[in-house]
Ligand binder design. Structure first.
Ligand SMILES: *Cc1c(COP(=O)(O)O)cnc(C)c1O
Length: 484
């Protein structure tokens, strides 16, 4: 043992141990280190070597000893290798979303279809006609890349795209309502999460909020009575993330549109999660669509690109040509515009909507949301034994029915039946909570983190979002799991 040898050589054991720690140069010249330099580059290996040796010296100084074999070459190299691998790991990485929330805002919302990913790669690796009109060789408008498609799919006259739906609402309000009043129902002054609150966006956009009605009931005369010479527009916000039940009343889009037209005021609807597909036909809870809102008489409709639409993060504004033209002229449009990656991915996703029969299969969001329970159950059966083995001695695994949520502002009361692996710690009552947290953490700290949800006495992995093509990768992670 190294410490014994060191003790034998010196009356000051601490110094002898320190002396036994190799120099930076010696480590760098070891054969195995040269291989690490080939893989990771000289500068990172030098930095990692220095850090490792400092750590060993600190340890030796503190404890007057080092763990046995700490200084043998293979041990030094596996420490170095681990440190380099850790440092080389990207901060943004893939995870398994087995939380049961399909459109999880914290986990990047919609997964993109392969065609969109391929389009992004093309746009990123080669020059492209982002703002160049290939017909007459002049400067072009980047919106013209997707505007015809959006108009075709929604029946809108014009369309534009910005960074996200929060930006879309902000830009529309700032363009059409600056220093004037915007009329909104009290029941629609929502917080979407992550600090998007309608009243805050409104004031930052330079508009004055004119609330009408009450939290649970608002009627057409409430709007009509509030209209004055200061009024800029009427706004309706789709209160997607909560439901007011019981004695409620809201004014229909059609009626508000009629009032707005009579008063020559623009009527804007913030739809939030705007899907272009008829979800009811797919067996899912129905959601209002932008095309319906336009047909109901809205002048502008805003919605997200990465919620139910299933595309990249973006905010889409569709509607009247004259209003969209004003929005495009707002200098803030430049600040909120999206880059070529977004146009590439969005165009590819929108094209899928041209073929409604194949959409359900080709668009990952809809494929996951409409996945048959039998498929999810087959996945559970396939994974049961290997999962049980991975947690053996610490927990038991059972297949249980559960409920998935759509997420991202779709009604939380609309649940989709699903199947999960329920991992329950083997412990007698006391300590169940901490045992569950330990299991949750072990899964979360895997190289490809596996994220689930603690429900009652078990850590649950909802398998709706684990498609067959990722099954093998999941098993690889299970084999790396360490619960002890
Ligand atoms: C989600 C949502 C927003 C914000 O959309 P982002 O694309 O996340 O910026 C705004 N309004 C409503 C009604 C929403 O549901």
């Amino acid at each position: 043992m190294l410490t014994d040898q060191a003790d034998a050589k010196s009356r000051k054991p601490g110094n002898a141990i320190l002396a036994a720690i190799p120099s930076v140069d010696r480590v760098l010249n070891m054969d195995a280190t040269r291989m690490l330099i080939d893989e990771y580059g000289r500068t990172p290996v030098l930095a990692a070597t220095r850090a490792m040796l400092t750590e060993l010296r600190d340890h030796a100084t503190r404890a007057h000893t080092l763990p046995p074999d700490a200084l043998v070459e293979p041990a030094l190299h596996s420490r170095l290798q681990a440190a380099l691998a850790q440092a080389a790991r990207p901060a943004l990485r893939p995870v398994f979303n087995l939380t049961g929330t399909v459109l999880h805002t914290n986990l990047g919302r919609a997964p993109l279809p392969d065609v969109a990913v391929a389009a992004v790669i093309d746009a990123m690796t080669q020059p492209c006609n982002l703002e160049y009109d290939l017909d007459d060789g002049s400067r072009g408008d980047r919106d013209s890349l997707i505007e015809p498609l959006l108009c075709e799919l929604t029946g809108a006259e014009a369309a534009t795209v910005v960074n996200n739906n929060a930006a879309a609402v902000f830009l529309a309000l700032n363009t059409l309502g600056l220093r004037r009043e915007v009329i909104v129902s009290r029941g629609e002054l929502v917080e979407i999460g992550g600090s998007f609150r309608v009243p805050d966006i409104m004031s930052r956009a330079g508009c004055r909020l004119r609330e009408v009605g009450t939290t649970n009931r608002t009627h057409l005369p409430d709007y009509a009575d509030a209209i004055s010479s200061k009024t800029a527009l009427l706004l309706k916000v789709h209160t997607s993330n909560y439901a007011i039940q019981g004695f409620t009343a809201a004014v229909a889009e059609k009626d508000l549109a009629g009032l707005a037209r009579e008063q020559k005021l623009p009527f804007i609807i913030d739809l939030g999660s705007g899907t272009l597909a008829d979800l009811g036909k797919l067996g899912l809870p129905s959601e209002p669509t932008p095309q319906q809102s336009l047909a109901n008489g809205a002048d502008l409709v805003t919605f997200s690109g990465d919620k139910l639409l299933g595309g990249p993060q973006a905010g889409i504004i569709i509607g009247r040509r004259d209003l969209i033209a004003k929005i495009k002229k707002n200098p803030l449009k430049r600040a909120l515009r999206v880059d070529k990656m977004t146009y590439a991915a969005l165009e590819a996703v929108l094209r899928l909507y041209r073929d409604p029969e194949r959409l359900r299969h080709d668009l990952p969001v809809l494929r996951l949301l409409t996945r048959p329970v039998a498929d999810i159950e087959a996945m559970a059966n396939f994974l049961l034994a290997v999962t049980a083995q991975a947690v053996a001695g610490q927990a038991t695994v059972a297949i249980r029915p559960c409920s998935s949520q759509i997420g991202s502002g779709s009604l939380p009361v609309n649940l989709l039946p699903s199947i999960c692996l329920a991992i329950a710690p083997v412990t007698r009552n006391r300590g169940v909570g901490s045992a569950l947290k330990k299991i949750e953490q072990a899964f979360r700290r895997l190289p490809v983190p596996v994220l689930g949800r603690i429900v009652d006495d078990a850590f649950c992995l909802d398998l709706r979002c684990l498609e067959e093509k990722y099954g093998q990768e999941f098993i690889t992670q299970l084999k790396l799991l360490s619960l002890s």
